[in-house]
Every structure is written in structure tokens, then in C-alpha cells.
Write a protein that binds this ligand. Structure first.
Ligand SMILES: [Zn+2]
Length: 249
């Protein structure tokens, strides 16, 4: 349980790899800052996002799920996050009302200061927008006083959409870039805990470098590769709701 002074974050991910490639840096960074970070992993991605695992002789759905469970627990531990699996099927996600209520209870327990989830479009993968919509719907229900009256409701934590695999096709227009230099080593190591998706390790290293260069350009921190003043690795996000500020600087 969160103590009142401890900040927290909630991550809702369709499949195991998603929260690692797209937001592993944010998770490790905020854990390092003392946040409680909880990941809800809706499925094991056993059918659609475990290409490597299916190449093993005699692979079955149960065996692939078991492998994905074990490696995902290890990766969450490395990042410092709590993890809860809903174990719904993937391709397609088979989300139901009981799971929605379960996620509402998690929101109310964690009381996140921010939420990370999938954008609402992805023509390559409908599990991703389904998971994003589910995460946002649960957030709204968690705010509703009429849902389980008397339980502590949720405030209005900002929602940051994390980067899809092909952002242009997903109407993803980042307006936040997070500097993840200080936790890059952890994020890169986390990739290697997911051998079923080995084909993505280099791809998401390039994404982090690209967003890092753009982060440097947008913050005046462009600098030589690997220097202390510069910014090398980044993660891109798109906010759903306006920022509310007391002053603009
Ligand atoms: Zn996915």
C-alpha cells in the first residue's frame, strides 16, 4: 500500500514487451526517485507477440505463457516495479466487465500521480488501442463517486500515451520527451530479459537515441554523445489532457 507521502504511477500494458520498449525508462527513473510504480500487464502476448518463443520445438500456448510470465516477472523486478497480470487472451484481447472493475480497484488502491498507457489508434495491432481505451475508461470510473460508494475515489492523474511501434500510422504526436540517460543501462538490460522478442532490441535502442537527440534539441541540451551535460536517450509521450500550471515558465 502507498503511504500518503509516497508518489505513485500506474502503467497499463497490453502485452509484456510494451511496457519495456515504450516506457521502461520512465518506470526505472521514477522508481529511482522513490515512486511506487505498478504495472498491469493485461495479457502474456502469447499468441501475437512471442514470435521467438514459438520457434522452440513443441511450443504450446501454456508453455509460451509460462515463459512470458517468468521473463516478465524478472523484467519488472529489474525495473523496480510491482506487476499484476490479468492473463486475458491476446490477439484479440478478451477484456470483460470483471477485469474493468478490477482495474478500477487498482486505480483506487495505487492513487497514481500519473498514468502511462497505449495511444488510441494502431492499425497494426488492435490490442494496443483496446488496452489504452480500457485503461482510460477504468480511470474515469475510478473517479466516479457512484461506483462502490464510500470507497476513496481517484483525482485527475495526467495520462501519458507511450510511443507505438510506428508512430506516424498511429496519429502519435509526442509533446513530452523524458530524459532517460540515468536509467538507460537498466532499460537496455531489460530488453535482454525478453528473448522471445529479440528482433526488437536494436530497434528500440535506435528509438531511444532518436528521441534523445530530439530531447536535446528541444531543451538546449544537445551535446556530445555520452557527456554529462548532454542528453542521449529519451522516451516520447503524448499527453491526453491539458497541463494545468500556476505559471508558464
Ligand atoms: Zn504489444
Amino acid at each position: 500500500m502507498s503511504t500518503q507521502s509516497q508518489k505513485s504511477a500506474l502503467v497499463v500494458s497490453a502485452h509484456p514487451g510494451d511496457f519495456v520498449w515504450r516506457t521502461g525508462g520512465a518506470i526505472a527513473l521514477h522508481v529511482k526517485r522513490g515512486y511506487r510504480v505498478k504495472v498491469v500487464c493485461l495479457s502474456y502476448g502469447a499468441r501475437g507477440e512471442s514470435q521467438g518463443a514459438w520457434k522452440q520445438p513443441g511450443a504450446t500456448l501454456e508453455a509460451v505463457k509460462r515463459q512470458r510470465h517468468e521473463e516478465t516477472v524478472r523484467v519488472a523486478e529489474l525495473l523496480g516495479a510491482e506487476i499484476e497480470f490479468f492473463d486475458t487472451e491476446d490477439y484479440p484481447l478478451d477484456l470483460n466487465r470483471a477485469m474493468l472493475d478490477r482495474l478500477v480497484d487498482i486505480y483506487r488502491d495505487v492513487q497514481p500521480d500519473f498514468v502511462l498507457t497505449h495511444p488510441s489508434a494502431d492499425p497494426y495491432n488492435y490490442d494496443h488501442p483496446d488496452a489504452g481505451r480500457f485503461a482510460q475508461q477504468a480511470r474515469i470510473i475510478a473517479q466516479a463517486a457512484g461506483h462502490n460508494p464510500g470507497a476513496k475515489t481517484l483525482g485527475a492523474p495526467p495520462v501519458f500515451l507511450f510511443e507505438p511501434h510506428q508512430p506516424e500510422q498511429c496519429d502519435f504526436k509526442p509533446n513530452v520527451i523524458l530524459n532517460i540517460d540515468e536509467v538507460w543501462d537498466i532499460k537496455r538490460q531489460a530488453f535482454e530479459f525478453l528473448p522471445a522478442q529479440r528482433h526488437l532490441w536494436d530497434y528500440y535502442t535506435r528509438v531511444a537515441l532518436q528521441r534523445g537527440a530530439q530531447g536535446g534539441r528541444n531543451s538546449g541540451r544537445s551535446a556530445t554523445y555520452g557527456t554529462a551535460q548532454g542528453m542521449t536517450y529519451g522516451e516520447a509521450y503524448q499527453r491526453v489532457f491539458p497541463m494545468v500550471l500556476e505559471e508558464l515558465a
